[in-house]
Write a protein that binds this ligand. Structure first.
Ligand SMILES: NC(=O)c1ccc[n+]([C@@H]2O[C@H](COP(=O)([O-])OP(=O)(O)OC[C@H]3O[C@@H](n4cnc5c(N)ncnc54)[C@H](OP(=O)(O)O)[C@@H]3O)[C@@H](O)[C@H]2O)c1
Length: 339
């Protein structure tokens, strides 16, 4: 790829069902030059997230939808290659909403300010998008601040072999809990037990998954870290204990459809479950401290970080579907350029 071209994926149409490559225009522009107060960033890694699908739609959401014709929004990590800004110097490694493109112009009008990462990092850059990035922070705050797990309690998490879920189970173990994961397929179930130290796993794609759920939670469930929604969430809620907690992090089973998700609320009343929806940005002021703790856990081997890395910006519109087909283990990242 010529380094004087900036490839950009611009949203052409709002996806219906699964994301298609035809939902984007791939546009080539000259590499931008920084205006006053701006810096140009060479994007190195792009984070692919289930919320990309939400941003592509015009459903009611927590940020404005990506406008038709705009560069697709996406988190990423890059290096500053030119700067007219006091906030960035050439060579800085940065993270932020850099978009599905080769280069990003950072400046005072950023939707969310781009942050400079420390020069010396104890973990690799892809991990800074995963266990030590926003997905790790999502697991951290959702579980510790909202789930409030106590030693000896049972914590269950869905999408357990994914970016958020894999960290949730490991933090639950660090807190002395019984960690139970729900994942698709025997390999993922084996992986979360043998590699990550979960106590039990439920393969929701197996016909007997409801029996597996019952066997894995003999004392009921004290914390349900909900990532999936739908019938898995309903079956889990039916096993939740009195005064249990349910951080509602995501509902990925509904993202590819316009149908509203329905569910049985009666366990919330009968068992007085504390259900709390959250977005990781709710905890923005605590990011620095939590990132340090996550990075220390990863660097000292207390939690394992896993990334699935796909090569090339051009693969983003197809690779993002891996999240909906369960083809990722841990954090899904696109490598755009060599470090
Ligand atoms: N609230 C926040 O601030 C926040 C931040 C980040 C993420 N999230 C949410 O957290 C959840 C996990 O996100 P992530 O980034 O960690 O993604 P991920 O878990 O790495 O990837 C998504 C996983 O979801 C599972 N999945 C997909 N469709 C499913 C379905 N219909 N039923 C059951 N499982 C399904 C797949 O695993 P299997 O192979 O096991 O099916 C897939 O690997 C998502 O709901 C996301 O929206 C929320």
């Amino acid at each position: 790829m010529s380094s004087n071209i900036n490839r950009q994926f611009r949203l052409k149409s709002r996806p219906v069902g699964k994301i298609k490559t035809t939902d984007f225009d791939l546009v080539e522009e000259p590499v931008p030059t920084p205006g006053p107060g701006e810096a140009v960033i060479r994007n190195l890694y792009l984070s692919l997230d289930p919320t990309n699908r939400i941003w592509m739609s015009d459903m009611d959401q927590y940020m404005p939808p990506v406008e038709i014709g705009a560069v697709m929004r996406g988190g990423g990590i890059g290096k500053v290659v030119a700067s007219n800004s006091d906030a960035f110097k050439v060579g800085d490694t940065v993270s932020g909403l850099l978009g599905w493109q080769d280069y990003y112009v950072a400046g005072p009008n950023d939707e969310i300010p781009v942050g400079v990462l420390p020069a010396e990092l104890p973990v690799g850059l892809p991990t800074m998008l995963g266990a030590c990035g926003l997905t790790g922070l999502t697991a951290y705050f959702g579980l510790l601040e909202l789930g409030k797990p106590k030693a000896g309690e049972t914590v269950i998490v869905s999408a357990a072999a994914g970016a958020v879920g894999s960290v949730v189970g490991q933090i639950a173990k660090l807190n002395g809990c019984r960690a139970v994961g729900i994942a698709g397929g025997p390999e993922k179930c084996k992986w979360i037990i043998e590699e990550l130290g979960f106590d039990a796993a439920i393969d929701y794609k197996a016909p007997d998954w409801r029996e597996q759920l019952e066997a894995a939670t003999p004392d009921g469930i004290d914390v349900n870290f909900e990532n999936v929604g739908g019938e898995i969430m309903e079956a889990v809620m039916a096993r939740m204990n009195l005064f249990s907690r349910m951080p509602l992090c995501g509902m990925i089973s509904g993202y590819n459809t316009d149908e509203p998700m329905r569910g049985d609320f009666s366990p919330i009343l009968m068992r007085r479950i504390n259900v709390r929806g959250f977005i990781v940005t709710d905890f923005l002021e605590k990011y620095a401290e939590a990132t340090m703790e996550l990075a220390t856990w990863v660097a000292t081997g207390k939690i394992k970080s896993q990334e699935t890395i796909v090569e090339g910006l051009e693969s983003a519109p197809t690779a993002v579907n891996k999240l909906f087909e369960g083809e990722n283990l841990g954090k899904l990242v696109v490598k755009i350029a060599d470090e």
